[in-house]
Design a protein around this ligand. Structure first.
Ligand SMILES: Nc1ncnc2c1ncn2[C@@H]1O[C@H](COP(=O)(O)OP(=O)(O)OP(=O)(O)O)[C@@H](O)[C@H]1O
Ligand SMILES: [Mg+2]
Length: 315
């Protein structure tokens, strides 16, 4: 990777990953740690021409379907207003997400969580304010980009209520997640990743999505998002309509996507206790305004507004 720009590193890694997918063994001499960690199954460190250390990847999970490396990514939303006609859904929202973080956007019904997610995904146009996604040092103004262009940047939305195509099969729904040209190039790899992440879906490929259980449908909705090679996953209320056990499993799976695939996650949730299991920090949105911006889960737990809204306390 010597002398390559970060986007060229990306391209070379994509190429190497597709070679690895064809069972070609690769020995790579490299010191860009992001590339090494995301690509290699096993790492050997040389010290003055001696092998000083040798280690397997700490987790073998998903090694055959590594993602694009995230050299840097950040989402910065400033002073955002959005609404629907006379309805003001967001008022002066400021929020940011850094590479590798899981950030929770907490709020009860009708407070603007989905509107914010849709703004980031380019599905609702904000009336005021800025939204910028910086990838490998290059800033992209999300307020000017189409929803398709935002998908191409690596932003995938798992929408509220899953929004699957009930009369299409699991496989057809997954393929629709890869409808963009850039995603089609990696379709085999991403399909392998989707099934590796959710093994239960593999045996259900020809089942109609509408006939599946709520938990299976949520798996499919997340798997469909993985088909577009995301770097930033926007997940809108993954726990809605699921039994407590399935909520817990779904939240744990989102945590794994962050930990093992390095996906950056912005998750809208009403279920405070479940969301903070995997969140690094969080925001509380009330009537379209961010009323709490906590820099850690402990800070969230100790906040008076949080105690009043979620923990049954009196603030
Ligand atoms: N398509 C729409 N047309 C008009 N008003 C809308 C529309 N979508 C949402 N709203 C209104 O915007 C406000 C914010 O709604 P939003 O769906 O963003 O909240 P939410 O926090 O996601 O709620 P929920 O937890 O119920 O999903 C609410 O007052 C809602 O009624
Ligand atoms: Mg919503």
């Amino acid at each position: 990777m010597a002398g390559l720009s970060s986007s060229e590193v990306d391209e070379v890694l994509d190429l190497l990953m597709s070679l690895a997918d064809h069972d070609i063994t690769i020995i790579m001499i490299e010191h860009i740690m992001q590339a090494v960690m995301r690509f290699s199954d096993r790492v050997m460190c040389l010290d003055a021409a001696r092998s000083s250390r040798s280690a397997h990847r700490p987790k073998s999970w998903l090694t055959s379907a590594c993602r694009r490396p995230i050299l840097a990514l950040s989402l910065a939303i400033n002073n955002l207003d959005a609404g629907y006609g006379a309805v003001k859904a967001l008022r002066g929202v400021t929020l940011n997400v850094e590479a590798g973080e899981t950030v929770a956007l907490l709020g009860t019904n009708g407070n603007g969580k989905s509107t914010l997610m849709k703004c980031v995904a380019g599905l609702v146009r904000p009336q005021r304010g800025s939204m910028s996604l910086t990838i490998d040092g290059m800033a992209h103004d999300l307020t000017r980009l189409s929803a398709e262009a935002i998908v191409d940047l690596g932003v995938a939305l798992v929408p509220e209520g899953r929004r699957l195509f009930p009369k299409l099969t699991v496989l057809e729904n997954l393929m629709l997640g890869a409808f963009r040209k850039a995603a089609r190039r990696n379709i085999d790899r991403n399909l392998a990743l989707a099934f590796e992440t959710f093994p239960a879906l593999k045996g259900l490929q020809s089942q109609l999505a509408g006939t599946m259980s709520g938990g299976q449908q949520q798996m499919l909705a997340i798997a469909r998002a993985l088909m577009s090679s995301p770097r930033l996953l926007l997940i809108d209320e993954p726990s809605v309509g699921l039994s407590p056990l399935l909520v817990s499993q779904t939240i744990a799976k989102i945590g794994e996507l962050n930990q093992h695939l390095g996906l950056t996650v912005l998750m809208a949730e009403q279920n405070f206790n479940q969301a903070i299991r995997i969140a690094d920090r969080g925001y509380i949105i009330v009537h379209g305004e961010i009323v709490v911006a906590a820099s850690s889960v402990d800070e969230l737990r100790g906040n008076d507004i949080v105690k009043r809204l979620y923990l049954g306390g009196v603030a």
